[in-house]
Design a protein around this ligand. Sequence first.
Ligand code: GDP
Length: 296
Amino acid sequence: MFESLTQRLSGTIERLRGRGRLSEDNIRESLREVRIALLEADVALPVVQALIERIKVRAVGQEVLKSLTPGQALIKVVRDELTTVMGAQTSELNLNVPSPAVILMAGLQGAGKTTTVGKLAKHLKERRKKKVMVVSADVYRPAAIEQLQTLAKQVDVIFFPSDLTQEPEAIVRAAIADARKSFVDVLIVDTAGRTSIDEAMMAEIKALHGAVDPVETLFVVDSMTGQDAAVTAKHFSDALPLTGVVLTKTDGDARGGAALSVRYITGRPIKFIGVSEKPDGLDVFHPDRIASRILD
Ligand code: GDP
């Protein structure tokens, strides 16, 4: 069973009682517990180290309010720091550009990109009343194009056909021209992912990004991949000007650490989370809930 940080700290908190001020010495043991709790929540190691440093700077020297025990004061510092990193507000998609607004999806193979394209198309159509077109620029896997076609039919949005003989940039240019003629509001572009970071894939998606100038570039990442999620996030965020993140498969991950890692590394808001395999399995992400998930 996952032990919350508050439970974890109960022992070291007792020992902090009766001190009026948090100092590096008296919080050392408690910070060790915070570190273990973050690692157990699957936050990536470099991010844990950076967070502990920030928490320490914020905590040391702080007066303990009369209404709080020193332990509670430290937990408040941790909560405030996690909230600062995650942001407090939900973040919608930016569609404030001349139509069609292009959304480019980036991420490793298996992360859930194609599934998320279907979910986003449904979300935009039903909740924001947009006319949506989807296109696949994955010219390596015919199954990926077929999968997108099936999803488009299922959620009833326009599918722009593509095939393996075409260049990704040419496909997307043709889709944009067609979307413009058909008064499409939003064009979602699915892209090829590899199973691991690969220079050719990065070069291709960078070129595609340059050619189509999307208003949203969403990094799709599997929340179950733990420490790897952080490494992948770093590569994609260095290569592309990401505007947001979709964290998938959160239905299989109760720990919430990947959200912290990916947010910290990319500096970009997590806009949505995947909560099932189904087309309606997409929720708006509430960053303020992450601190509670780890602490309470
Ligand atoms: P892609 O290679 O990045 O396009 O990944 P896919 O969209 O094909 O997804 C890979 C697998 O993850 C599929 O079996 C999806 O059904 C599954 N998947 C995607 N998102 C979610 C999610 O939020 N929850 C669950 N449980 N499964 C998901």
